[in-house]
Design a protein around this ligand. Structure first.
Ligand SMILES: *Cc1c(COP(=O)(O)O)cnc(C)c1O
Length: 378
């Protein structure tokens, strides 16, 4: 668009939802007009559960209306006594902490590792008390947690391990689907994620009993026409979302390949700039290219907040994911102000998540890189 002789810039956001070809989606939803089965565990719901079990390499998978309810119901399914403690990290989306608190349980915040922002197992054990029932680590940005150390500690203390795996769709670890670690894992299929069903989520596990419990909990706790056995919620995925999921799954390879190209270009640009660090362990084997988080260190000429403003000036909406820490959210007042979280606080003050999405153009990428490079020279 030309405006007063100037090129009007089009806003670049941190992400942009992938969509399948329109005709393909329309063709796939046609059977719904014959069956009139719109929700309540229909054929597309079953088909997507099967397809995702296969793709994610997990034994059991229960689809949900969104990732948050998946996590909330996964926690509820274990029936922990009210007031029990769950050890988690604050360097995440608010959903992780809310899922604990909304179950009437206490979050206990563990610090994270400076290299990738995931739970630091070295800080974990000292937080365990007689009230601790579970550990809830987050594979933040697609960075895989130290699943071996966490499991070893959990086993020694008889604790459940529930992963927030919202960011690791399609990632593997030692040749196994990441969702097969721990007692269960929550995935999010929100429109902004690498893979989506518009809104949606799932709980993956190798536990058939958990699958059945969740089937019940996501449908009000109804067991039979005249029998309600649990205080459940309504967290069922509808058939239109399930079709979007089946359709997007056909194209997930292309979506990740497109992101991989952008990711590789960021790696090059960041390597050439003093003071910017990619927040990930470079040794990690499997990636889904979901996010590109950087840390703005003291060697860079300006701080994170100033760089955020430079991006805004250039029409680019980057995000301070994850700032503030969930432990510091206004809704909790200063309840968790005493938590010892020096690394998480440092990362939250330095992190900036850069735009990366399927189909990001060279021109869009160059506009982002230009801001990083121009500031580096100033
Ligand atoms: C997206 C996300 C959630 C919540 O998932 P929804 O599908 O949006 O409800 C939870 N945790 C993390 C880390 C997320 O990024």
């Amino acid at each position: 668009m030309i405006n007063n002789g100037e090129i009007e810039r089009i806003q670049i956001n941190v992400t942009r939802s992938s969509l399948p070809p329109y005709e393909e989606f329309i063709e796939m939803i046609k059977p719904i007009w014959d069956s009139r089965w719109l929700t309540n565990m229909g054929d597309f719901h079953s088909a997507l559960e099967e397809a995702l079990k296969d793709y994610l390499d997990v034994a059991e998978l229960s689809l949900m209306v969104n990732g948050h309810m998946a996590l909330e119901l996964a926690i509820q399914a274990y029936g922990f006594p009210v007031g029990s403690e769950i050890i988690t990290t604050p360097f995440t989306f608010i959903s992780t902490t809310h899922a604990i608190v909304r179950n009437g349980l206490q979050p206990v915040f563990c610090d994270v590792k400076p290299i990738d922002g995931t739970m630091d197992p070295a800080q974990l054990e000292k937080l365990i008390t007689p009230q601790t029932v579970a550990i809830l680590p987050v594979h933040v940005y697609g960075n895989v947690c130290d699943v071996e150390s966490i499991q070893e500690i959990a086993d020694r203390h008889g604790l459940k391990v529930i992963y927030d795996a919202a960011h690791v769709f399609g990632v593997t670890h030692n040749g196994k689907g990441i969702g097969s670690y721990g007692d269960c894992s929550m995935f999010s299929f929100h429109a902004t994620k690498v893979y989506h069903t518009i809104e949606g989520g799932a709980v993956a596990s190798s536990d058939r009993e958990l699958y059945e419990k969740l089937y019940n909990l996501k449908n009000f706790g109804i067991r039979g026409e005249e029998l309600v056995t649990d205080i459940g919620a309504n967290a069922k995925m509808n058939e239109f979302c399930a079709v979007m999921g089946l359709c997007n799954l056909r194209h997930i390879g292309e979506a990740m390949e497109s992101r991989k190209q952008i990711y590789a270009r960021y790696e090059q640009v960041i390597a050439g700039i003093n003071g910017l660090v990619h927040l990930t362990d470079p040794a990690q084997q499997s990636r889904n290219f979901a996010y590109y988080p950087i840390l703005v260190t003291e060697e860079y000429p300006c701080d994170r907040d100033a760089l955020y403003e430079r991006f805004a000036d250039a029409g680019i909406h980057v995000r301070k994911y994850f700032y503030p820490l969930t432990a510091d959210a206004a809704c909790f007042g200063n309840r968790y102000a005493e938590a010892e979280l020096p690394i998480a606080r440092d990362l939250a003050g330095r992190v900036l998540t850069l735009p990366i999405f399927e189909g990001m153009t060279e021109e869009e990428f160059d506009r982002v890189a230009t801001v990083l490079e121009r500031e580096a020279r100033s």
